[in-house]
Design a protein. Structure first.
Ligand code: ZN
Length: 274
């Protein structure tokens, strides 16, 4: 059975109820050791006070969300994305994050050239990898379910992400989110292929059989169809020893509940069904 010492809360899970500082305090109060903050939450709280409170509470950062969004129609657009990713890198360093999570971006507005978008993603990661390596901050590509290929991420499988990692070398790996990869018949082989060095994050939630919103209707662990223990066993067999990070966007359900209840449910479900 997983232990709460392995639990992390991706702060998107309570983003409608709590600002960053409140969320950090709430997670610490619940006895959960780790968090993954989002950059918009950090911006709203202010980087310095956010990092200060995070440190005072003795929390650990299982990943910073997020860098990426590389493709753009123009060189200027790509340069703007690169600059923003450098700031994301600085924020990940300020939180001493286990990794900077990359949601790589989809098709630029008006484009139908998926191959070009994917090439831009790889170029963008390669450009970010140099400063990331120099700073010692791992980059974790998060493959997203193919339903997000247009607008969020055109890297859609573990295999595709690992092919990029193979070409770019050390310092870049994957964030394995069960919501995005549970359906993949190649998942066991790809998790084994990733190995300890390249498995940088493990995100958990559940896929509801009847999904009402493609982005904002993720389920609590145990309420859907994903065999989470099976995937956890795969990542552990590959050597992963990091946190189990709960990441739930849930506009109609968990975002409407008292945040303390959400955290207690995360603790209980993590223990019993993950
Ligand atoms: Zn995720």
């Amino acid at each position: 059975m997983p232990d709460t010492a392995q639990l992390s809360i991706n702060l998107a899970t309570v983003r409608q109820q709590w600002g960053l500082i409140e969320a950090l305090e709430g997670v610490a109060r619940a006895g959960i050791p780790a968090v993954a903050p989002w950059r918009d939450q950090i911006a709203a709280a202010g980087l310095k006070p956010a990092v200060q409170r995070f440190r005072d509470l003795g929390l650990v950062c299982s990943g910073l969300c997020r860098g990426g969004m590389f493709p753009a129609l123009s060189p200027e657009g790509r340069a703007t994305a690169h600059d923003d990713n450098l700031r994301a890198l600085d924020e990940a360093l300020a939180f001493d994050a286990a990794c900077l999570v990359l949601v790589v971006g989809g098709l630029p507005e008006g484009s139908r050239d998926l191959a070009d978008a994917r090439a831009q993603v790889e170029d963008g990661i390669a450009a970010l990898l140099e400063p990331a390596r120099a700073a010692g901050m791992p980059l974790a590509i998060e493959p997203l379910h193919p339903m997000y290929a247009a607008d969020r991420a055109c890297v859609n499988t573990m295999a595709q992400a690992l092919d990029i990692c193979d070409r770019l070398g050390p310092g870049v790996g994957v964030a394995c989110d069960v919501y995005h990869v549970w359906w993949d018949p190649d998942l066991p082989a790809q998790i084994a292929r990733a190995g300890r060095e390249r498995l940088m994050a493990f995100h958990i939630c559940d896929w509801l059989r009847t999904t009402r919103d493609l982005l904002l209707d993720r389920g609590m662990m145990g309420d859907g169809v994903i065999d989470i223990p099976a995937i956890r066993h795969m990542v552990e067999a590959a050597g992963f020893e990091g946190f189990h990070e709960v990441e739930i966007f849930s506009a109609q359900d968990w975002w409407t509940r008292p945040p303390e209840e959400v955290l207690q449910t995360c603790i209980e479900r993590h223990r019993t069904v993950c």
